[in-house]
Design a binder for this molecule. Structure first.
Ligand SMILES: [Zn+2]
Length: 142
């Protein structure tokens, strides 16, 4: 999934959690930042610095999810930590879950070489998805 899709998932999560969940005051900013943080980290390491063969490794696992959520909680409080956790978890679940190395580095994974590429049809679908979610997000009172 590309960034527009991850942002759409994060906005939908935020709307659903604040509307129907127990956490009506969940802050949006950390949830949005966490929704694309794993790709910023791992794709930079993999495709810019070429230190890993692809773009899903150090930040795409449960240890990064829980560790970074704990760090955000300690630095900015529990509401920010909960929002970060939900945004981050949404990212990992929205990725192709078969390609997420959930238990790296504890479990060994074979990282197939990848390339940073944008699939135009998928990008267009995600932009439409984001536009629909933004419209619903703006129409629904928070
Ligand atoms: Zn990802």
């Amino acid at each position: 999934m590309h960034i527009p899709g991850h942002l759409a998932v994060a906005l939908a999560e935020h709307r659903l959690l604040t509307r129907f969940g127990p956490d009506k005051q969940l802050p949006l900013r950390p949830l949005l930042l966490a929704s694309y943080f794993p790709d910023v980290v791992d794709k930079t390491i993999g495709y810019v610095f070429h230190l890993m063969p692809n773009g899903r490794h150090f930040a795409h696992n449960i240890f990064a999810l829980f560790g970074l959520s704990l760090a955000v909680t300690l630095m900015w409080g529990s509401a920010a930590g909960r929002a970060w956790f939900m945004g981050y978890l949404g990212h990992l679940l929205a990725d192709d879950v078969r390609q997420v190395p959930w238990f790296f580095p504890v479990k060994a994974y074979h990282f197939y070489p990848g390339k940073l590429k944008f699939k135009l049809k998928q990008l267009a679908r995600e932009m439409i998805f984001l536009a629909i979610v933004l419209l619903i997000y703006r129409l629904e009172p928070g």
